[in-house]
Design a protein around this ligand. Structure first.
Ligand SMILES: [Fe+2]
Ligand SMILES: [Fe+2]
Length: 286
């Protein structure tokens, strides 16, 4: 059973004074150290890999994290700012490592604003596997350890949590991308409740939390950490998100990455002290 959980923010958009030896970039990577009560052996799970091998490896080195220690890599979705550092991590390792992700992370990912641009993973599945990644494509939830799950595809229930501006290719047709590959981590922390860790939460952070509650059977939300993708969202959606979080009443809310400054300020207004922004190098212990 999971005893303790420690998160280290390896890549994030914001830097902080106490961690000015680390590099910030538009991207996200979080190392989870999970004490499963197995004596000295903790599980080390890497959630996303930032945008570039250079920043990812610089920060891993500066944080004294050996890529070889990582037991498992999970990818939240196929965008470059979550997958871009992966090849760097693999090339630093000798041993192969399992990678849990939705099969659509390899689909062409594009954005149309301010102009048409490729924003997908900078590698093919073949390149990933040749570099030592053991690809485990999964559309649904996967149990990684007792009480630790990926959500897989998140059902879209909230009317305001729409996905816009992303395009892909399906059946040889250029088409809007609903980002079915977007997933989060759902962790049941005994005695405390549910910890939800998102990548970009393109499925909507409230949709994600509600689905995490459903698949874990744990109603109490203890913490929510990661990108809430509210950059560019209107006030109506931002306020609805903040009020839904207020109802869910988590002890810890740590928005970062693609949450956006406007949404972050509003979340802090409504949620108060429990809501603090993320920065690279932050360590969060539960
Ligand atoms: Fe994204
Ligand atoms: Fe992102």
């Amino acid at each position: 059973m999971l005893q303790d959980l420690c998160l280290t923010i390896v890549v994030e958009n914001s830097s902080s004074l106490e961690n000015d030896h680390l590099q910030a970039q538009h991207g996200l990577s979080i190392l989870l150290d999970l004490d499963m009560n197995l004596g000295s052996e903790n599980m080390k799970l890497l959630w996303d890999t930032g945008a570039t091998p250079e920043v990812m490896l610089h920060n891993l080195d500066a944080l004294h994290i050996d890529p070889e220690e990582i037991d498992l890599i999970c990818l939240s979705h196929g965008h470059y700012d979550h997958t871009g550092g992966l090849m760097g991590v693999l090339q630093r390792r000798r041993a192969p490592v399992p990678i849990v992700a939705h099969p659509d992370i390899f689909a062409p990912k594009l954005k149309v604003r301010p102009f048409l641009k490729y924003i997908g993973a900078p590698f093919t599945r073949d390149q990933l596997e040749a570099a030592g990644g053991i690809m485990l494509p999964c559309r649904g939830p996967v149990t990684l350890a007792p009480g630790v799950m990926t959500t897989g595809e998140v059902p879209r229930m909230e009317a305001l949590e729409t996905v816009e501006g992303f395009w892909t290719m399906k059946n040889d047709q250029y088409t809007p991308d609903a980002m079915p590959d977007d997933q989060s981590l759902a962790i049941h922390l005994p005695g405390k409740g549910l910890v939800v860790i998102s990548g970009c939460a393109h499925s909507g952070i409230i949709n994600t939390i509600r689905y995490a509650q459903r698949i874990t059977g744990e109603e109490r939300l203890y913490a929510v950490i990661g990108g809430f993708h509210l950059m560019g969202a209107d006030n109506k959606r931002i306020d609805a998100t903040a009020r839904a979080l207020l109802d869910l009443d988590p002890a810890v809310v740590r928005p970062g990455h693609c949450t956006g400054q406007k949404a972050l300020s509003r979340l802090q207004d409504i949620l108060g002290e429990s809501c603090q922004p993320l920065a690279v190098g932050d360590s969060i212990e539960f």
